[in-house]
Write a new protein. Structure first.
Length: 319
């Protein structure tokens, strides 16, 4: 992950004496495993910097939607946001591929991509051409599957179903290729959207499905596991450059270390979270993924990612 730490900027002795505050925004609920990781990150950074850099964690979209907070970061505001390849694809198109359906099979799969040469080039472009500094891109929130009123065993079962997904092209085109009608809607509105029948369901990871009490408004978890939700923590390049070099180094190093540690914790919770959904009345549908993987190819073709996928697979030794 050395590429992420590159380009650290020196500041004056005067700035080294200042204190700094970073507001970390996420749509995730207070009880999320990742939010607990952010709070541990905040403690570590405060300790390592002797209180010169303080991170304040704002869950449940308290600072606004991800898009709103990204815009604030671009303006130089002292905010960080948990984001994904799909949203970053709005700035550097090719990075969107890591948010595509069935691009990776698990966390380790996609982690190899984020540690590779191609990904490092995308990170550099985000910083130099888009004023977005990636602190780390190794946070993981599990695999995403469909939550519906009727069982889904094949792409045809999703036909005509309005499914909530984030609005970035990688997500929307993937969900469309898998057979559903994608609907972009803030996560916090999804429960009421399903309840009011504005939505037929959603696709999301277990760590969000349980706290959101989706079991109250849907009947089935269809285990397509189509997205591996790798996330990044980003800040604006303008704000990042106001930090003294030692604080830049500590912030990047601690964010990367906590990202992988927290990812392993998320992995360890999957079975427990699925069992809780079953206990609450959800029926789990085990899906043959091959027809879904084949259907997903249409999204790669539409977005021009087919050759890029082959290039990256070769780079990481994936068949």
């Amino acid at each position: 992950m050395s590429a992420l730490a590159g380009g650290l900027t020196s500041c004056s002795k005067k700035s080294a004496e200042k204190t700094f505050t970073l507001k970390l925004s996420t749509q995730l609920n207070e009880t999320s495993v990742m939010v607990k990781g952010f709070k541990e990150l905040a403690e570590n950074v405060k300790t390592k910097t002797n209180g010169r850099l303080t991170i304040q964690v704002y869950p449940s979209a308290q600072l606004g939607t991800d898009e709103d907070v990204i815009e604030q970061a671009l303006q130089g505001v002292n905010v960080a946001v948990l984001t994904d390849g799909g949203r970053m694809g709005n700035y550097v198109k090719d990075i969107g591929i890591i948010g595509m359906a069935y691009f990776a099979d698990n966390y380790d799969d996609v982690l190899k991509v984020t540690q590779g040469k191609t990904f490092a080039g995308w990170v550099d472009k985000l910083a130099t051409e888009n004023d977005i500094r990636v602190l780390s891109f190794n946070w993981y929130d599990g695999s995403r599957s469909f939550y519906t009123h009727t069982p889904v065993k094949a792409p045809a079962d999703l036909k005509g179903q309005r499914i909530r997904t984030p609005g970035a092209p990688a997500w929307a085109e993937s969900v469309s290729a898998l057979g559903a009608t994608p609907v972009a809607m803030p996560w916090n509105d999804t429960y009421s959207g399903i309840q009011s029948k504005a939505l037929d369901g959603c696709e999301v990871q277990l760590t969000s499905a349980v706290p959101a009490r989706l079991y109250e408004v849907v009947k089935y978890l269809d285990k397509t596991e189509h997205f591996q939700l790798i996330n990044g923590l980003i800040v604006g390049e303008k704000w990042f450059k106001t930090l003294p070099a030692d604080l830049q180094q500590i912030l990047v190093a601690e964010t990367q270390a906590m990202g992988e540690k927290n990812a392993r914790e998320v992995e360890s919770k999957a079975a427990e979270l699925e069992a809780e959904l079953v206990r609450q009345g959800i029926t789990v549908v085990d899906v043959d993924k091959e027809p879904f993987k084949k259907a997903a190819d249409a999204a790669y073709e539409k977005l021009g990612f087919t050759n890029l996928r082959s290039q990256i697979y070769k780079e990481i030794g994936k068949k």
